[in-house]
Design a binder for this molecule. Structure first.
Ligand SMILES: *Cc1c(COP(=O)(O)O)cnc(C)c1O
Length: 366
């Protein structure tokens, strides 16, 4: 081991870094591997204040997000919103705020995840020296609420945060509101329940944000990276009661969101920006329906997971062969075949019409 490696914390030495779609990379010109939007809008930048540190939580941005989030029965005030460097930072701040890391004398707190799901919950916990407990999704890839509740309330449970994801990346499953409410009651005073709604714009009526005012232990994470087509600016949001936001505000960096990011994000959340986003969502949802219908007809497809976000997980008879055909044609997808219970599965991001046609053409040629 090199001297420097030896200096790093034991947990960091042992860590396998998250392999993001961008890090895995690929060769080609059709990028359907990272659930990015296929188009980009234009924004105005005022650079006259770049010599100044930005606001801790830019008030116009926070107000704009609170207004935007107050739909479908939700009522979110600015005190219930925290903006961060993407939803990924929100995940990390939650863990650093609520979970005691393991020490020489104690095993510390843990988070609970329901795999197969988004990989960053476990990575963030491991980076922080926090244990990861698991309650697998049930046979339909839905949350096993009873098992989660039992895990949280087990006599020796150290679970402080339960991460749920809906639409779940990569399986697309949603949450059951009544069962979530039961879980929130059962976990009250013991654990936070986080609903990761990175893709909620693609099915906005299924948000759980309307539950926030009644449940202090509910946290919702959001992002501008997917439906808002702003993955590059790194801007995310946490929605929760003010008490949760106050605790997180103690831990987050003093200037988490650069001023140019706040400017762009505020424009994206304007009435006009929201209109552009909703048009994009309508187009992508339609493209998804067309793709799903065609996939259903194909002999090489054995299973189509619920399509709720801007992606669809597909199980093929022979994913290796499909993967190779995509690669040869410069189409980059996300491979899940090596993940537990996702044998032969590939996740396809919903792109524009041309990208969907290329995808189907390749699959039809198999
Ligand atoms: C993409 C994604 C995120 C990360 O969002 P960023 O704001 O880009 O950090 C969080 N959760 C899920 C489920 C995602 O798919």
């Amino acid at each position: 081991m090199s001297d420097i490696k030896h200096l790093a914390r034991g947990t960091v030495q042992a860590l396998t870094p998250y392999l993001s779609a961008r890090r895995i990379g690929g060769k080609g010109d059709v990028w359907l591997n990272a659930n990015e939007a296929p188009d980009c809008s234009e924004y105005q930048l005022d650079s006259s204040n770049l010599n100044r540190y930005p606001e801790f939580q830019p008030p116009t941005l926070i107000q704009a997000y609170a207004d935007y989030a107050s739909i479908n029965g939700a009522s979110i005030s600015p005190e219930q919103v925290l903006t961060s460097r993407g939803a990924d930072e929100s995940i990390e701040i939650l863990i650093r705020t609520f979970c005691e890391p393991a020490s020489a004398s104690t095993s510390g707190d843990s988070i609970l995840i329901c795999p197969p799901t988004y990989g960053m919950y476990a990575i963030s916990a491991e980076t922080c020296g926090v244990q990861v407990d698991q309650v697998a999704l049930d046979t339909h890839f839905d949350v096993d609420y009873v098992a989660v509740e039992q895990a949280v309330n087990a006599p020796n449970s150290q679970v402080k945060i339960v991460f749920l994801c809906a639409p779940n990346n990569p399986t697309g499953n949603m949450l059951d509101k009544a069962k979530l409410v039961d879980l929130l009651h059962a976990a009250k005073g013991k654990a936070l329940i986080v609903a990761d709604e990175a893709y909620i714009e693609f099915c906005p009526t299924l948000s759980q944000a309307d539950l926030i005012n009644n449940h202090e232990n509910l946290v919702i994470t959001r992002t501008l990276s997917k439906a808002f087509a702003l993955a590059s600016i790194r801007c995310g949001f946490t929605l929760a009661q003010a008490s949760v936001i106050e605790m997180m505000s103690k831990v987050i960096a003093p200037y988490p969101v650069p001023d140019p990011v706040a400017q762009i994000a505020t424009q994206a959340l304007s009435i006009q920006g929201l209109e552009v986003m909703r048009e994009r969502v309508a187009i992508l949802n339609n493209n998804r329906m067309v793709l799903a219908n065609s996939l259903q007809q194909l002999d090489c497809v054995t299973e189509l997971f619920p399509a709720t976000g801007n992606f669809v997980l597909v199980r093929f008879t022979d994913a290796k062969k499909v993967w190779q055909a995509f690669s040869e044609n410069g189409v980059i997808m996300r491979d899940f075949a090596s993940k537990d219970r996702l044998e032969n599965c590939i996740r396809i991001t919903i792109g524009n019409i041309d990208e969907m046609q290329v995808t189907l053409k390749i699959l039809n040629s198999l």
